[in-house]
Design a protein around this ligand. Sequence first.
Ligand code: ADP
Ligand code: MG
Length: 163
Amino acid sequence: MSAVGHHASIVGTPTRMRWADEEDTRAFAERLARSPALAGAFIALHGDLGAGKTTLVRHLLRALGAQGRIKSPTYAVVEPYVLPQFPAWHFDFYRFDDPREWEDAGFRDIFAGPGLKIAEWPDKAAAVLPTPDLDVHVVLDDDDAHRLVTVTPNTERGLELLA
Ligand code: ADP
Ligand code: MG
């Protein structure tokens, strides 16, 4: 089965979490990082500015052995990583408004190939993105101190990621 294209969706049961602080973000990232299903996974991160999406990606990439600075790809749209086990790409589609960039910048090839893909603001590229294995929604609660997180698996791989 192709890695790109919309699959018949497997609707997994959403998992809900409450992150009191960044240590909880880190714990979830480290749990994901231990999954053998992560190589080749596509994880979509939803939530307002400041929700904590990039923070989750940083902890995940660190847990996978990323060295050096982990920049938010808001301007570049994508930052590539060479990790010990597999390559990874961190996308931020906030400024993505020209679908031609999907072809021109080689994003189609990245999503068709191996490695981990993580995307912030996936709704801005919904027309071209494949179905994410996991959708992660992060919402800052009223007191702005903790995060309410919903993780939804959409594929077999997504179910494996949470197993
Ligand atoms: P986003 O990428 O969703 O815009 P960031 O990851 O840049 O958000 O986080 C915004 C701010 O929130 C940062 O200052 C970060 O340190 C803080 N933050 C992120 N996750 C948490 C958390 N779980 N608990 C407390 N603060 C957090
Ligand atoms: Mg961000």
